[in-house]
Design a protein around this ligand. Structure first.
Ligand code: CO
Length: 147
């Protein structure tokens, strides 16, 4: 049998490089930090409030990926609405990009429904934008770029 060629996989969006984080919607940040700490023994936790998204975030590094526990700080937060509708759980997956504006333009041009047509401020000093789950098989998808 022929040996499989070492084909380098690349996304159509060549700027997308890797997964940055997985967002998990939680009701009680301190309680869920304790849950994840007990489960996995995390010691290093980054915490911050993201005013723009009306959330408080606690992140743990797993390899190159962050697990981001995300808790609403306001009833109007998108996370509060998500929890109300669907309960706690995996909220979104976020991909790193080197050029968020380029990727948003490509996506829009391809007819992908965008929640954010222009980048917003996210945690970890990142620019972020969400794609609508209607365009992504129900998976809320974020692309993000370090400022
Ligand atoms: Co995110």
């Amino acid at each position: 049998m022929a040996k499989a060629k070492n084909v380098k996989l690349r996304t159509r969006f060549e700027m997308l490089t890797s997964i940055n984080h997985i967002g998990i919607a939680v009701k009680d940040l301190d309680a869920s930090i304790e849950t994840f700490r007990k489960l996995f023994g995390f010691t290093d936790i980054h915490r911050e409030v993201v005013e723009e998204q009306k959330v408080s975030v606690a992140s743990f590094q797993v390899g190159d990926v962050l697990l981001e526990l995300t808790c609403p700080t306001d009833a109007e937060s998108p996370i509060a609405k998500f929890i109300e509708k669907r309960g706690e759980g995996i909220h979104h997956i976020a991909f790193n990009t080197d050029n968020i504006n380029n990727d948003l333009a490509k996506l829009k041009n391809d007819g992908v429904q965008l929640i954010n047509e222009t980048p917003r401020d996210g945690a970890h000093d990142m620019l972020i934008a969400f794609l609508h789950p209607k365009s992504t098989n129900g998976v809320l998808t974020e692309i993000c770029q370090h400022k």
